[in-house]
Design a protein around this ligand. Structure first.
Ligand code: HEC
Ligand code: HEC
Length: 437
């Protein structure tokens, strides 16, 4: 009895010490409302995709916690949203998207200077334009932020938004390697947008440097989309935030879960700070499912994680620590979406090596695709060898408490956002919605 009480007291004092500071306006970039409103339309408009059938919202939908509800999604060649998404037999995808679509909460906070599961785009003042990206010196300048630069990439990906070579002008430009400059992929997309009068008028109204539609560049489009994401998904209104501000305490079992998170269970060593991430890379043994992330010239199908960016063997199978804000809404979990269910993910996360050996694809949520893309299982032994944590043992009560704490990270406004889903977009193309609205 005394031992149990002693543990509870210890855990509570650890929590009181290690809780992060509360978030304030100073943590976030200021956002221009009119720019964000323009970005809202672009975010939901399939006009940015080669075949005019995929928008950012296809894979980052507010109704699905700004993700897509799937382990590995389908971009071009899929129809439907979230769990209803299926391959279009007339334009079947060549493969699934190799990684889980991440949630987009709080990316306008100053603290987020590295993006993607492997951190392959990053703020770097030493580079031209202040950013390090896979395009190296081909990257154009004029981005307002890292988040804006990120938008340039999904539109170039054949499987995400560009579509395939024979299908459209954007995909053809990508295939030729013509990205920047006149006639490049970004230019083609910018022209499409500029040709729609409602967009042209908005760009002229929002940006001082634009007086005519032909002055609209892709960087303007991506800056607007970034402003939208920054406004829409700032998320610091969860019960946990009230705790950080000292205005409330959590009910049980979430309070015990918080004590475990900041104490015994060791979660805070990586999920630190007000966004519950250290922005670093760790090998946590999440199984690879799906087609992997090899370069075109490579024959393997591995996803080597951070190693792909740094070439440092210490980074093999390491992935970026995700923010846990609104995590209850953003499943499936892990960089490959290997676990559809949060409890299953957490159980595995506490003992990754054992979970890898026992992993079953039934735990994922993959739409049918008549392509064999579970090749990554070959890497299981190497992934297990890279795991950098010792198992943590919790009883069922501890797991329930941790889950309850994770629920307290849900902001009641997360799904509604600020501007919401537009009724229509200027291209007249269909806006992705969940069946129930
Ligand atoms: C077909 C699905 C798909 C589409 C369409 C798509 N994304 Fe993504 N998005 C992803 C996936 C998957 C990742 C993670 C890629 C990785 O880490 O390698 C991602 C990553 C991101 C990130 C980085 C988040 C982070 O924390 O690292 C942002 C921001 C983002 N997408 C915004 C957008 C925007 C804006 C658009 C539209 C221009 C878009 N996405 C279109 C699937 C998609
Ligand atoms: C050594 C660092 C580390 C520790 C300790 C750690 N995590 Fe993680 N966590 C990560 C990384 C890295 C990922 C992403 C792994 C991947 O995708 O391959 C992750 C993923 C997650 C996810 C999935 C989020 C998503 O959006 O997919 C949850 C939930 C989570 N961790 C909760 C916890 C909890 C609760 C604890 C404590 C029991 C904990 N983590 C301990 C590093 C850590």
């Amino acid at each position: 009895m005394r031992l149990v009480i002693g543990f509870a007291v210890m855990a509570c004092s650890a929590a009181a010490q290690d809780l992060p500071r509360p978030l304030t306006d100073a943590d976030f970039k200021p956002v221009d409302r009119a720019e964000a409103e323009l970005g809202q339309l672009l975010f939901f408009d399939p006009i940015l995709s080669g075949n005019r059938d995929v928008s950012c919202a296809t894979c980052h939908h507010p109704a699905l916690g700004t993700s897509d509800g799937l382990s590995l999604g389908m971009g071009d060649g899929g129809t439907g949203l979230g769990p209803d998404r299926v391959a279009d037999p007339a334009n079947r995808p060549e493969q699934r998207i190799p990684r889980n679509s991440p949630a987009l909460f709080n990316l306008g906070a100053h603290e987020f200077t590295v993006l993607f599961h492997d951190g392959r785009i990053e703020v770097d003042p030493a580079r031209p334009g202040g950013l390090r990206t896979p395009l190296a010196d081909d990257m154009v300048t004029g981005f307002a932020s890292l988040l804006s630069a990120q938008t340039m990439f999904p539109v170039l990906s054949a499987d995400e938004m560009a579509g395939h070579y024979s299908e459209n002008d954007v995909a053809q430009a990508v295939r030729r390697g013509t990205i920047t400059g006149e006639g490049g992929a970004w230019d083609i997309i910018a022209n499409r947008v500029a040709d729609i009068p409602a967009y042209a008028d908005s760009f002229i109204a929002v940006y001082d440097h634009i007086d005519r539609p032909d002055q609209i560049g892709f960087t303007d489009i991506s800056n607007a989309v970034a402003a939208f994401m920054e406004l829409e998904w700032r998320s610091d209104n969860a019960p946990f935030d009230a705790v950080l501000r000292g205005e409330a305490t959590l009910p049980e079992p979430a309070a015990t879960g918080m004590a475990l998170f900041y104490g015994e269970a060791g979660c805070v060593s990586c999920h630190a700070g007000p966004f519950l991430t250290d922005h670093q890379f760790h090998a946590m043994g999440v199984p690879q499912i799906g087609p992997g992330k090899a370069e075109r010239f490579e024959s393997h199908a591995s996803d080597l994680g951070r190693y792909r960016v740094t070439g440092d063997p210490a980074d093999l199978y390491a992935f970026r620590t995700p923010s846990l804000r609104n995590v209850a809404l953003t499943g499936p979990y892990g960089h490959s979406g290997a676990y559809a269910d949060l409890r299953d993910f957490l159980t595995a996360h506490l003992d990754p090596v054992a979970a890898l050996a026992a992993y079953d694809l039934e735990l994922a949520l993959l739409p049918d695709l008549p392509v064999d893309d579970t090749r990554g299982f070959a890497d299981t032994a190497a992934i297990a060898a890279a795991v950098e944590v010792a198992p943590v043992t919790l009883d069922d009560g501890g797991l329930d408490a941790l889950l309850a704490f994770l629920e307290s990270l849900t902001d009641p406004n997360a799904k509604t956002g600020v501007l919401g889903v537009p009724d229509a977009v200027p291209s007249g193309l269909a806006v992705a919605r969940m069946p129930e609205g």
